[in-house]
Design a protein around this ligand. Structure first.
Ligand code: ADP
Ligand code: MG
Length: 276
């Protein structure tokens, strides 16, 4: 039973926030690209099931989606190879794989949290990194994803008071889930956008400093989306592209603890305890 007989599991990084349009998809597509550029085997799961943007950001036309994978799992159980339901993203020599969000709303509505968890676990056996893009709610699915993640990138922007209030609720809730301290990484996006609220004040309110800060660069961000090429893969430097690369460097220089192993119903009872 030494280290040599242990199964290798890919690192799961989930991108989460309590407000929408804070950069989850922009950052997750760039992290997937940068890790793949470094030679890692990477997949990116679009679990923003109803309004997922990953395929749009990367200009992919997926033949199969998370819905098809769930259907196959229901039919064939453990014989399904999840990796066959992924769509490759390729740019020059860089390749990573995307599990696309369902095409239709009713399909999205019918994805089950337990099945989604099983998908992540299976893909963890095949990939070095499984990145998970999510929505901005403490849903049953998201809680399950937060639980099984190695790292949770909790993203926020400082714009209006309500956004900050929700960031505080989110950060406090994540703390109460009692994960390993290194698991939750607070990331501030669009840091130098025009605002009257100081980052210092927000850090005081949250009770801890931001792990990483990304600059605001609307032009670079929108150009990369329009062209379907993440910033870190484009030639020429942008401040935002450099900051995204730095973020990946910080993530990959760490030794990770094993993720907490909690099932969906346990996660749910946690939430009931917190909010109940
Ligand atoms: N650092 C940034 N600077 C400027 N614009 C950004 C930055 N990060 C994200 N954006 C823009 O903000 C919008 C929302 O980003 P997105 O990644 O789709 O958010 P989310 O996935 O959290 O809803 C997009 O139009 C994107 O181009
Ligand atoms: Mg998104």
């Amino acid at each position: 039973m030494g280290e040599f007989t242990q199964e290798i599991h890919g690192v799961v990084i989930t991108f989460f926030s309590t407000a929408s349009a804070v950069g989850k998809t922009l950052i997750s597509t760039n992290m997937a690209s940068e890790l793949a550029r470094q030679g890692k085997k990477v997949c990116l799961l679009d679990f923003d099931l109803q309004f997922g943007d990953v395929s749009n950001y990367l200009q992919l036309l997926p033949q199969r989606t998370v819905y098809d994978l769930q259907q196959a799992m229901n039919r064939q159980g453990s014989t399904v190879r999840a990796e066959e339901y992924l769509t490759p993203y390729e740019y020059q020599n860089v390749v990573f794989y995307v599990l696309a969000a369902p095409e239709r709303l009713e399909e999205a509505y019918n994805i089950e949290a337990d099945k989604a968890v099983e998908m992540v676990r299976r893909l963890q056996n095949v990939f070095d990194y499984v990145l998970v893009d999510t929505t901005s709610t403490f849903s049953r699915l998201n809680l399950a994803l937060l639980n099984l993640s190695t790292i949770v990138s909790f993203l926020g922007i400082v714009d209006f008071i309500p956004t900050i209030k929700n960031m505080k609720i989110g950060a406090d809730t994540l703390k109460k889930l009692d994960y390993d301290k290194n698991k939750i990484r607070l990331i501030l996006n669009r840091s130098n956008a025009k605002t009257r609220i100081s980052i210092d004040d927000v850090e005081k309110l949250l009770g801890e400093p931001f792990y990483h800060i990304l600059p605001n660069d609307f032009q670079a961000a929108s150009r990369s989306i329009k062209e379907g090429v993440p910033l870190v893969l484009r030639s020429g430097h942008t401040e935002l592209g450099d900051a995204l690369r730095d973020l990946v460097a910080r993530y990959t220089n760490r030794v990770y603890d094993e993720p907490a192993n909690m099932d969906v119903s346990a996660a749910e009872s946690w939430l009931t305890r917190i909010f109940g």
